[in-house]
Ligand binder design. Structure first.
Ligand code: HEC
Length: 217
């Protein structure tokens, strides 16, 4: 056996060793992140996450990103921690209808009339005007729900079943999020986000009456 052959064998042995060591590293990385086992401080629930984590473990840039990526998911899992435990519980989504009612004393009906333009696409408001695609809203404040006579056959079952009158507070809840307040309503309107704008629109609705309802104290 000459030295050339010797070095060929030595090379082959070395290559085989490298292969074994190399695949051990890869296998090690994969098994280290099997489901349920913490990887970089994170417990991984699924197999797809495992593959990603194995990659992340091999890639320092990704690993550094991991906590930032996990943060929004954490926020979503624990929504709206109460800021002030002593405050009265706000409605779902953090919307406070009572705060809107409190704004009515200083709300501007004129601004509400401008804001009502998006409602006027569907709602008539003049006294005795026929209801079209939506119930006429003349006299809506404190009117029983689903009570507009010429719209009686068209109200959704959900609206008819809701019951009670359109108090300021109920109007605020409905206008903020129609489908949140009455799931199954036919009113195809997303809602108004700004509490001050809701108050203005309600202040305008209040003027649609021979004798406007008293403002809340
Ligand atoms: C796309 C058309 C549409 C728009 C825009 C719309 N509504 Fe309606 N609204 C309806 C329909 C339809 C109903 C009846 C819903 C039902 O029966 O479930 C309704 C019902 C109501 C009711 C209950 C009426 C009753 O007789 O009980 C109020 C109050 C109301 N809307 C106010 C508003 C206000 C204020 C706006 C604007 C911020 C608005 N709506 C925008 C279609 C609309």
């Amino acid at each position: 056996m000459d030295s050339f052959e010797m070095s060929k064998i030595a090379g082959a042995v070395l290559a085989a060793l490298l292969l074994i060591v190399g695949s051990n590293v890869i296998i090690g990385a994969r098994t280290a992140s099997s489901p349920g086992q913490p990887v970089n401080g994170y417990t991984l629930p699924t197999d797809t996450a495992t593959a990603e984590a194995a990659q992340a473990a091999a890639d320092p840039v990704k690993t550094a990103e991991a906590p930032a990526l996990a943060a929004p998911a954490k926020d979503g899992a624990a929504p709206a921690p109460a800021k002030d435990a002593a405050a009265p519980a706000p409605a779902a989504g953090g919307f406070d209808a009572k705060a809107v009612v409190a704004l009515l004393a200083s709300a501007k009906a004129d601004d509400g009339a401008a804001g009502f333009k998006k409602c006027a696409a569907c709602h008539a408001v003049k006294k005795d005007a026929p209801s079209g695609a939506a119930p006429n809203l003349w006299g809506i404040v404190n009117r029983p729900k689903a009570a507009q006579a010429d719209f009686a056959a068209k109200y959704s079952d959900a609206m008819k079943a809701k019951g009670g009158e359109w108090t300021y507070e109920n109007l605020a809840l409905f206008l903020h999020q129609p489908k949140g307040y009455i799931a199954g309503t036919k009113m195809a309107f997303a809602g108004i986000k700004d509490p001050a704008e809701i108050a203005n629109v309600i202040a305008y609705l209040r003027t649609l009456a021979d004798a406007p309802a008293p403002l809340p104290n």
